[in-house]
Design a protein around this ligand. Structure first.
Ligand code: 5GP
Length: 299
């Protein structure tokens, strides 16, 4: 009987290996859920990988509730719509069930695409540098496509990966001043030696069509919008604490003490402006902050 001859340490090894595999699979599942939450992983894509050992153990309900904007009730509604029990594991799903889930999610997405509302709002998103405004904006863009984002003009050079007409309209200083003098900017500011401004015409056009508009700008611009449009909703994104902001602003550790202290002075000034805003949202977690911004909108 061969197995009587198996040395006991092999059993230990096998057990350890099993434990390690289970740990790796658990870590992978946690990572998948984090990616879903951050909008970095698509459910359709995940379902294609449902034979993968770690993926196969995930339950439909935990996958759906990992998606931004989907809580237990919305997940249950999607499970009903797809006729798939929430406790079913992905590895147990047949291709028709996969299609039904994908279709239910697509229907939900379509219902949220660019949408005309009765009371379109102009939302100004501002806050100190380092607070994570652009991550919150990226999250809203990805997960709440029915909001239109203003694309600013700027005289600064594009950074790696930035696209003209998507991240900004990159223009020269002459064109910037032409626009400013011609009254084509809703607001403008100079920041870190460059000019930034919000073209007014597209903002007006979207609002007139009944679409919510958001713009992510710095403080001086937010104040100008407050002055010209008292109806605009001013949202201030704040850090969880001063210490967190300091850590974010000094984190890279590559700048001189002088630059760091200048940055902290600016941040202190920016933070003290939060009382001028209609709403203050603490950016503890990007998806939660984005959800809180969206909760301010009607329709
Ligand atoms: P960045 O150069 O890092 O993209 O942006 C620098 C700062 O300019 C950020 O605080 C950003 O919110 C702000 N900003 C971007 N576009 C505009 C704009 O059109 N007007 C104003 N006032 N600020 C802007």
């Amino acid at each position: 009987m061969r197995h009587f001859m198996t040395p006991p340490q092999l059993n230990d090894e096998a057990r350890n290996r099993g434990r390690e595999n289970a740990l790796t699979a658990r870590r992978r599942r946690a990572q998948i859920k984090a990616e879903l939450r951050a909008g970095e992983l698509d459910v359709a894509q995940l379902l294609q990988e449902r034979r993968d050992l770690a993926v196969s153990r995930l339950r439909v309900h935990e996958v759906l509730t990992s998606l931004p904007g989907i809580g237990p009730a919305k997940a249950a509604a999607l499970e009903d719509a797809a006729s798939v029990p929430g406790e079913r594991r992905l590895g147990q799903l047949g291709s028709q069930q996969v299609q039904a889930i994908t279709a239910a999610l697509a229907t939900r997405r379509a219902a949220r695409s660019p949408r005309v509302v009765a009371d379109p709002q102009l939302v100004v998103l501002s806050g100190p540098s380092g607070v994570g405004k652009s991550s919150v904006v990226a999250h809203i863009r990805e997960n709440y496509p029915h909001v239109w984002f203003s694309i600013s003009v700027t005289t600064r050079a594009p950074r790696a990966g930035e696209r003209d007409g998507v991240d900004y309209h990159f223009i020269d200083t002459e064109e910037f001043h032409r626009m400013r003098v011609a009254g084509e900017l809703l607001e403008w500011a100079q920041f870190s030696g460059h000019f930034y401004g919000t073209p007014v015409q597209p903002v007006r056009a979207q609002l007139q069509q009944g679409v919510h508009v958001m713009c992510e700008i710095e403080l001086q611009g937010a104040r100008q919008i407050r002055a010209v449009d008292p109806e605009a909703l001013l949202v201030f994104l704040a850090p969880p604490s001063w210490e967190v902001l300091v850590a974010r602003l000094t984190g890279r550790g590559t700048e001189s003490a002088e630059v760091v202290s200048q940055r902290l002075d600016t941040a202190r000034r920016e933070l003290s402006a939060q009382d001028e805003f209609d709403v203050v949202i603490i950016n503890e977690r990007v998806s939660h902050a984005a959800g809180a911004v969206m909760a301010q909108l009607t329709g």
